[in-house]
Write a protein that binds this ligand. Structure first.
Ligand SMILES: [Zn+2]
Length: 614
């Protein structure tokens, strides 16, 4: 046998290596070809509004009747500890669709607007030629607030102002959402597509239909969850009937939980305990392993990159989350992902207590083992040994508390940096639109992260008095309403909401003299909102002192120039004083700042036009 000479030997070795690589590549291709091609993939993302993780059977509830979600968890992978960055509907959904945290996308309260410059999952998919559609269950997620960016179909048949203005339609049931979605699904002959379904039913008021209400006569929240479970099953059946299971990734996630009286919180938004921050997350279909559970802590913002990887094979939208795929337990022998991966640390916040009552806003930093809550805090809880978060260990474990405070500060610095970089060019445009600095909480810098405000965790009991007072007020029992508001104020003398409600009761009764000092107290308690001044103006008008009223409204627009109500009242007053020019210019400012096209503005416009024509 002829011996190969040096150069020849080299070439042969190279050829063998290339052949080997080719075989390997072919093997990989064969392996990959078992995955459906991109054009055969689709994703259904279901958000269960107000759903506590522990309200589902698959998360250990022995009372729940959630067979469809339990079965989905069996067919896929369940994440035992997923955290939302904010226990409020619209901001949480903004995080879900942008992959960014509230300080980064800027939507920290319901009723705000996700800026046009924000890039959403639906935009990324639309640009990639993937059909996108959304069917939402509540006005809180209406297209008025910018979540519709990138969706070719956005089904939100709600009237502007619905809930707040006592309008007829602010939400619809999960079965009505399904009815609309099924018409769209039945028209889908092909993939790829991205479908978002939003079920709002478990949100208060808890009013489930039969038979669900009969199953849980004393626990209507669980009845609502059971109702939604039924809808999930019905919807997924419709999707599978139409497009089959091949290539279909299903993601089910909660936007936040519900207090259900734990920690004295009935609903959500004020406190940052696991009751409202921990949410269910189930992935199924696609290439997700079946019947697995992942114990590693994950975050709502991790979903955006995960879904992109399925529909695009890459992540195009930069985010604060990272894909969940590395956490999926591939080892067939291990039933649980427990210990397979490190948990991801998670930021959460709420500024709603400050916005609504003048209490401290809250921030939270969670690792796999520890939760730090600053409201103003600090409060420290151990995850495994104290799942109820009943024992604050911050004094017992000062070094751990300090470590987490520093980690929270680092996380916040990173967010501020990225926000400054991305928003530098957009702030002026947003100001033009009137979106910056509305109400009490505008940009991050306006939020008082100080420790001299009352803690919502300590004050939350006051909400009970507010609730009872409002119920008496709605029932026409003014005197009893007043008693409840005063009881609340005895505990929390600068409570913005209670001062306002008490003052409004006096206005309703025509007691303007009594209302005035209460609105003065409100004005002093409000740092940068002007409701106290506006209501003083209304009282002064009623008492016939138009010049004093004009001064009150002028001070109101000075204190909060973004308040359309302040400009509106100033315009009205100028009109009463016969100054058409000033009335018109103030109305123009009100119009620019009113986000929902308030009908009152149109009425005033007509009035001014009529007066001008005379
Ligand atoms: Zn919600």
């Amino acid at each position: 046998m002829r011996r190969l000479k040096g150069r020849e030997a080299l070439w042969t070795a190279a050829a063998v290596a290339v052949l080997g690589l080719a075989c390997l590549a072919f093997g990989l291709l064969r392996c990959r070809s078992r995955r459906p091609s991109l054009s055969e993939r689709c994703c259904v993302l279901i958000t269960l509004d107000t759903c506590r993780a522990d309200a589902l059977g698959c998360y250990g509830s022995s009372m729940a009747r959630t067979p469809n979600l339990d079965e989905l968890a069996e067919r896929g992978t369940l994440f035992e500890r997923c955290l939302t960055p904010i226990p409020i509907t619209l901001p949480a959904h903004c995080s879900l669709f942008t992959g960014k945290l509230p300080p980064e996308h800027g939507v920290r309260l319901n009723g705000r607007v996700l800026e046009e410059q924000a890039v959403t999952l639906a935009e990324i998919f639309s640009e990639a030629g993937i059909r996108t559609a959304a069917f939402v269950g509540s006005y809180a997620c209406s297209s008025d607030f910018g979540l519709s960016q990138g969706f070719q179909v956005y089904d939100d048949p709600f009237l502007a102002g619905g809930e707040e203005e006592g309008g007829p339609v602010a939400e619809r049931t999960c079965l009505d959402v399904n009815a609309a979605a099924r018409r769209w699904i039945s028209a889908q002959a092909e993939k790829p597509f991205f479908l978002w379904i939003h079920y709002f039913d478990p949100h208060a008021p808890h009013e489930a239909p039969l038979p669900y209400a009969a199953w849980f006569p004393d626990r209507l929240y669980d009845a609502e969850v059971a109702f939604v479970d039924k809808a999930v099953g019905q919807l997924l059946d419709a999707v599978v009937d139409k497009v089959g299971e091949k290539g279909l990734l299903v993601a089910v996630v909660g936007d936040h939980g519900e207090g259900l009286d734990d920690h004295n919180e009935k609903e959500h938004g004020h406190l940052l305990f696991d009751t409202t921050v921990r949410v269910p997350l189930i992935l199924a279909g696609g290439d997700v392993p079946k019947g697995k559970r992942v114990a590693a802590q994950v975050r709502l913002v991790d979903l955006a990159p995960t879904v992109q990887e399925w529909l695009l094979d890459e992540v195009r939208l930069p985010s604060s989350g990272s894909s969940l795929r590395p956490l999926l337990p591939r080892n067939l022998l291990s039933r649980s992902g427990r210990g397979d991966a490190k948990g991801r640390s998670a930021y959460a916040e709420t500024v709603w207590p400050y916005e609504k009552y003048g209490w401290s806003p809250g921030r939270r930093f969670s690792t796999q083992d520890w939760v730090l809550i600053m409201d103003p805090g600090p409060r420290l809880f151990h995850v495994e040994s104290d799942p109820e978060q009943a024992a604050d260990l911050s004094e017992e474990r000062p070094e751990k508390t300090l470590e987490l405070r520093e980690a929270l500060a680092r996380a916040e610095r990173e967010m501020t940096d990225s926000r400054t970089a991305s928003a530098a060019g957009s702030a002026e445009g947003l100001k033009e639109l009137g979106y910056v600095g509305m109400d009490r909480v505008g940009e991050g810098s306006a939020i008082p992260w100080t420790d001299d405000l009352p803690s919502p965790t300590d004050m939350i009991g006051v909400v009970r008095f507010e609730r009872r007072g409002l119920a008496h007020k709605a029932g026409g029992r003014r005197e009893r309403a007043r008693e409840e508001f005063q009881r609340g104020l005895a505990l929390d003398p600068t409570n913005l909401e209670l001062l306002n409600e008490l003052g409004l009761l006096h206005i309703e009764a025509g007691e303007y003299e009594q209302a005035l000092p209460i609105f003065r107290r409100l004005d002093e308690a409000e740092r940068d909102s002007c409701m106290g001044l506006i209501n003083q103006g209304i009282c002064l008008e009623a008492l016939g002192d138009l010049e004093a009223a004009r001064l009150a409204y002028a001070r109101a627009v000075d204190k909060d120039p973004s308040s359309w109500r302040a400009w509106f009242n100033l315009s009205r007053l100028h009109l009463s004083l016969g100054d058409l020019d000033k009335a018109e210019s103030a109305l123009a400012r009100a119009r620019d700042r009113a986000p929902l096209g308030a009908p009152a503005i149109q009425d005033l416009e007509r009035l001014i036009a009529e007066m001008e024509s005379h």
